[in-house]
Design a protein around this ligand. Sequence first.
Ligand SMILES: NC(=O)c1ccc[n+]([C@@H]2O[C@H](COP(=O)([O-])OP(=O)(O)OC[C@H]3O[C@@H](n4cnc5c(N)ncnc54)[C@H](O)[C@@H]3O)[C@@H](O)[C@H]2O)c1
Length: 326
Amino acid sequence: MKTHLVTGGAGFIGSHLCDKLLADGHAVIAIDDFSLGTYENLIEAIKHEHFKFLEGDVANSSFWHQLAKDCPTNSIDVIWHMAANSDISAGVKDSTVDLHRTFLTTFHTLEAAKALGVKHFALASTSAVYGDLQSVLSEDSAPLNPISNYGAMKLASEAAATAKTSTDLDKLWIFRFPNVVGPRSTHGVIHDFVRKLNSTPRRLEVLGDGTQCKPYLHVIELLDAMMHTVRNSNEKINRFLIGPLGDKGTTVRYIADLVIRLYGTNAEIVYGNGNRGWVGDVPTFTYSTDKIYSLGWKPKLTSNQTIDKAVGEIVAELKSPVVALR
Ligand SMILES: NC(=O)c1ccc[n+]([C@@H]2O[C@H](COP(=O)([O-])OP(=O)(O)OC[C@H]3O[C@@H](n4cnc5c(N)ncnc54)[C@H](O)[C@@H]3O)[C@@H](O)[C@H]2O)c1
């Protein structure tokens, strides 16, 4: 049994990660400030005897000083840094949101790793570090010119983490996620569509013209890929893209049509203009997953199959039971 610390542990991916680590026989300490995560996401984990939850802001050094007093040095094996700002519109309105929640959470968690003697660190990064780069994206693609502050703060996080491998960390994993979907989501296109239909069941407003086409990966496949990579990669810095099967993404139009069908409404879909849903949106990108394939991991689902599964799950989870369709 190892001890894993998960920042952002009450969030969408972080809470699934806690459940997976516990199911694999490990002890887990999860931290979250509940800015976006919820207590409900931890409902399974808190039943477990080897699970401990701490509420706190991981961008605040005094939180970590307190934790270091209660936590013996070298007692944590791996830190999984999942905390970040996933509310894109909040970050667009106010750049300090991503500075604080996306970069400073990383900076202070890295400092905490040093103070706690943790040598293994896994960082959740993103396709947003590539900006508008028009090629099949790989781990070595360049130049990295993010077009959103969120992407910039993730790239800065990657840089801060890689620098620590020359001083404090023995092993670093940087995972650049595509769009991750599944139950317990706190944001994202399917989540937004279902929420919108809960308030206006006859009309679905879509950001952009719906032609945006991106790869979607199911959260369960993401966890499987991360566990496999941590077990099997041996470099000091291990950077991996994780994507669905095949190189075709899924359009927003496909998602909107499916959400409406599974929601059980014939809502009118109202598309916006242009192929960018918001400032910093990258309308199309394709991931090369050759590197993770060569490590022996392969996803089971294509992007469309992932969406088919996740739309069913999220509609079942979020559809309001009192919505009036007639
Ligand atoms: N979901 C995706 O499609 C996706 C894609 C690319 C990258 N990522 C990255 O994966 C990670 C997890 O994302 P998610 O989708 O689960 O988002 P999420 O918002 O559900 O989870 C992030 C969690 O971090 C917590 N948090 C934020 N600031 C904090 C702070 N200062 N102190 C403590 N907790 C804090 C939030 O309350 C939330 O529970 C993030 O780093 C995100 O940037 C996600």
